[in-house]
Design a protein around this ligand. Structure first.
Ligand code: NDP
Length: 596
């Protein structure tokens, strides 16, 4: 199979490849699906504790603000900025973390970078007068940018960190929300914005005996530099003389492995499904290029990137990287559609062919880089490009050429078999280690209202999840009838993209415009009519992509519900570019009258 020549692909080859992909999927499917994982809570709560900022005691807050934003990641920060620009002076930001940054607060592992180009990922660069130093920014640079945004727009003024909102109740007589937190007491707010993220709670594999392990252990999103030494640039000097295990080879595992490989006495990489690992080509920003930038440069790059990665046409590809180069393959996964520019008879066949070619290129790179043939074979991904999140690295595959690194393939045993006080066991083989680092990802969609962790009661005592009992109901994904002045950020009944921060920025802009308009009109409530909500649900139903067939053929992972794909029916099929255009037109063509 590895001698496969892409440009000579014939239908018979396609059949063989499809069969191989199916076989690789089948050997990984587990009957327990998503329930194989366990929460980093209760006896495992220490995996989710904040290692970066001390929690200080404070008195309950019982006052009144104009707006509260739940979440201090980019969605919350951008909402805070737009609310400030809409004239909101009394604004309170809340986060469970000890500072701003969201995922960039929690994830500080060695090697952390954002794999979306910094000029399109880091929002409001021109507003703070900053040009990223690298094409793909290190995590700390992004975290510092979050802090810079918060300072610039006075978002620290009334902030509550290490605080979780546990209840929201609408008071119709006062036209305001009662916001209850886990730090005691409750306060009032006219507006509430919820931007609590989707991949925030670390999860652990349900490995038998995990609690028996007596060595050191932590999750990548709570890196223990006290144990490893070093920092996000590496230099983990305390690992000298230590045998270390890393479990998981997703986008995070790919970034930490090169540093662990360099500094541990021996590194065992426990892999279940290999990632596709493409070329990274990171480089410093050219100062001459930075000096030549004209006002509006960032929006132009962001729009260009979003257009291309969602399958639209742009004359020039300003970013020209691994994401823009695989736009067609991404669209098929996101929308279930194939390239509409191809003749009808060839569409499906040719898109699949393009996918096979890309994946063969990825597999050929493994052969070219990894010296040991058996290790190379185990590192090759056999699935379609967007079955798992693509990754990029110029150091990960190379790490396996070090004699101090062992790849332990656990595909046939469905992952790690068990753990003992001193070791990890796969099948009959036992690996003694001093430290186990879990790069096993995050619970999907656990935060926010949809999971029920934040109960919301609207007008007339109506619970939000009661209103949504047959699925989410909203206008444009932002707000629901019966729940005035409550706005959600996220991908629900909205439009998603790999550069999700761009989508969040448009959402924050829309919410800011709504609040500014309500203030100008002197109205106390922003709430969609039942008819407007119903019309949007019908639009979503008509346009929502159905990509279950594509997903069903994929190896299990969080993209396909661990092998149980379900029709999602909650996003706007024409994609984010069309959606943002729709919102702009709605704002200028009388849309506000539907909600105030
Ligand atoms: P993932 O959920 O993507 O990966 C978890 C890994 O753990 C997988 O390799 C999984 O294997 C493995 N695993 C789980 N259980 C076991 C087990 N019992 N035995 C062995 N292996 C196991 O988490 P990540 O933290 O890597 O990434 C999560 C998301 O965070 C990414 O998809 C991305 O959206 C984001 N991210 C973004 C980055 C960026 O640069 N923008 C960088 C890092 C993360 P299997 O695949 O077989 O389930």
């Amino acid at each position: 199979m590895s001698a496969f020549i892409p440009h000579r692909l014939k239908p018979a080859d396609l059949d063989a490849l499809r069969a191989r992909y199916r076989a690789e999927r089948d050997r990984r499917i587990r009957p327990d699906g998503a329930t194989q994982y366990q929460r980093a809570a209760g006896e495992f709560g220490y995996y989710a504790a904040d290692p970066y900022t001390e929690r200080v005691s404070r008195d309950p807050v019982e006052d009144r603000v104009e707006a509260v934003v739940i979440g201090g990641g980019f969605g919350g920060l951008l909402s805070g900025v737009r609310l400030r620009q809409a004239g909101v002076r009394s604004l309170r930001m809340i986060d469970e973390a000890g500072d701003f940054g969201g995922t960039w607060y929690w994830n500080r592992y060695p090697g952390i970078h954002c794999d979306i180009e910094a000029t399109v990922y880091m929002p409001l660069l021109e507003e703070v007068g900053y040009v990223p130093q690298w094409r793909y920014a290190p995590g700390e640079e992004i975290r510092q940018h979050c802090i810079a945004l918060a300072k610039k727009f006075d978002l620290y003024d009334d902030v509550l960190f290490h605080t979780r909102v546990v209840d929201l109740k609408w008071d119709d007589s006062q036209e305001e929300w009662t916001v209850t937190t886990d730090r005691g007491g409750s306060f009032k707010s006219r507006y509430v914005v919820i931007s609590s993220g989707t991949l925030s709670q670390p999860k652990l594999p349900g490995i038998p005996g995990i609690e028996d392990f007596q060595g050191h252990t932590f999750h990548t999103s709570r890196w223990d530099y006290g144990y490893t030494g070093g920092d996000q640039n590496g230099g983990l000097h305390k690992l000298a003389g230590k045998k270390v295990a890393v479990v998981g080879t997703g986008a995070t595992g790919i970034q930490v492995v090169p540093h662990l490989a360099r500094d541990a006495e021996h590194l065992y990489v426990f892999q279940r499904t290999p990632s596709s690992v493409d070329v990274r080509d990171n480089r410093r920003t050219d100062p001459e290029w930075a000096a030549s930038l004209q006002p509006g440069w960032q929006q132009e790059r962001m729009d260009n990137f979003l257009t291309i990665v969602t399958g639209g046409y742009a004359e020039h590809d300003l970013i020209a990287d691994g994401w823009t180069g695989t736009a067609k393959l991404q669209r098929q996964m996101l929308t279930g559609s194939v390239d509409p520019n191809l003749p009808a008879a060839e569409r499906e066949y040719l898109d699949e062919l393009a996918d096979f070619r890309k994946m063969d290129e990825i597999r050929a790179r493994v052969d070219a880089v990894v010296e040991d043939p058996a290790t190379a074979e185990a590192l090759k991904p056999w699935y379609r490009y967007m079955c798992k999140r693509p990754t990029f690295s110029d150091h990960y595959l190379q790490a396996f050429n070090s004699p101090g690194v062992t790849l332990v393939d656990t595909a046939d045993t469905g992952g790690i078999t068990r753990m003992t006080a001193t070791s990890i066991v796969v099948g009959d083989t036992e690996y003694e280690v001093d430290c186990v680092i879990f790069a096993t990802g995050f619970e999907v969609g656990i935060s926010g209202v949809i999971s029920g962790t934040l109960p919301v009661t609207g007008r007339g005592g109506l619970p939000l999840l009661g209103h949504w009992r047959n699925g989410p109901r909203s206008l444009h994904g932002f707000y629901s009838h019966g729940f005035p002045n409550l706005f959600h950020l996220g991908s629900l009944q909205n439009a998603a993209s790999v550069n999700f921060v761009h989508v969040l920025q448009e959402q924050a802009t829309h919410i800011g415009a709504l609040v500014a308009e309500a203030t100008a009109r002197g109205v106390g409530k922003i709430e969609p009519t039942a008819e407007a909500e119903e019309r949007w649900i019908a639009t979503i139903r008509e346009t929502a992509p159905v990509n279950v067939d594509f997903q069903a053929e994929c190896t299990p992972g969080y993209y396909n519900g661990e092998g149980n794909p379900r029709p999602v029916n909650n996003s706007y099929g024409p994609g984010p570019v069309a959606f943002h255009d729709l919102l702009r037109r709605w704002r200028t063509e009388g849309g506000f009258d539907e909600v105030m």
